[in-house]
Design a protein around this ligand. Sequence first.
Ligand code: PLP
Length: 394
Amino acid sequence: MTTSDIANLDKQNYMNTFGERIPVSFSKGEGIHLYSDSGEVYTDFLAGIAVNAVGHSHPAFVKAICEQAQNLLHVSNYYYMKQQALLAEKIVSLSAADKVFFANSGAEANEGAIKLAKIYHYKKGNSQKYEIITLKNSFHGRTLATVAATGQEKFSAPYHPLTPGFLYVPANDLTAFEAAVSDKTCAVMLEMIQGESGVHPLDLDYVKSVYEICKEKDILFICDEVQTGMGRTGKLFAYEHYGIEPDIFTLAKALGGGVPIGAVCAKDFAASAFAPGDHGSTFGGNPLACAAALSVFDIFEKENLVENSRIVGEYFVEQLKALAENVPCIKEIRGKGLMIGIEFTEPIAGDMKHRLFERHYLTGATATTLRILPPLIVTKNDVDQFMKILKEIL
Ligand SMILES: *Cc1c(COP(=O)(O)O)cnc(C)c1O
């Protein structure tokens, strides 16, 4: 099948939620490269939107998935599962969390976190503490509760009435946050770096102050680490940059390296609000998804990928900042680790993405910001090659 055969079939049969897709289809990936159905090679600087952390077809990863598939894919959460228990232990040992629950996506993990925050106060006899504060321009997912949590009208407008109880405040505005807090405040949910809206990191002081207010007032502090987690920002979890430990945080995207899995991770005092029957999942944390995630952690350790993300990310940002000094249409370079945004003075990011695609580089774009999210295995040499092409295009 050619790409245009696939596109025609898609247009006839697939709901049009993704519109005019980029006119390419891939049949094989290897490392940071993707091979199209027409035999061309692309360099992947998007990693399936921050998913393919260990790159494509990593031999150890493929082996782990194949071995698991040969033995057992799924049995349901009625039974104990070795891979699930080991993955939970792994996350607990490396993070602020004491307990973990597995879901199948980022939105679903965030739903779990929202439910956990609500039930925490409910079980303390305070069901009036149900309001959750999120940020304007945030992104928390596409389910009904998570579009309500997402502080962007464009995602929620058609779906009113929305799940009640969400309040939105502008990022980095402590006064606005304080004004939104009341006896009803249940939790605050934050992305440490807002990803989908264009790579906007939160200020250190802001996060610390919000965190302190939360501790004072028994408000749960939730980090949405769906995109920023798993080494993307040069630390395993982005909250580590802020010197805080969230009560609850969520993971998904890179956790399974391409196999769908999400996680709700929490401190014991919050996690213990979930009692048998309060939450659940059919697929969540099945042996295949957990074997994939365990392999991701294993490869991270063997290949020092979190460190690589920090070092190559710093190098990348340095190169981009030097370039920006000579290119007036670049307004700002933002990001941490390998989560990088190039903001232009005009809405040309889509055009830049298109031109990079013509030169066989895959990136992402919002109106004014080009988003760069390479696999964490990327090298300085790969960055140099990208910079060369980017300079030519600019
Ligand atoms: C991608 C993303 C989500 C949604 O994840 P899905 O797996 O698409 O449901 C939630 N929060 C953040 C911060 C994200 O980047």
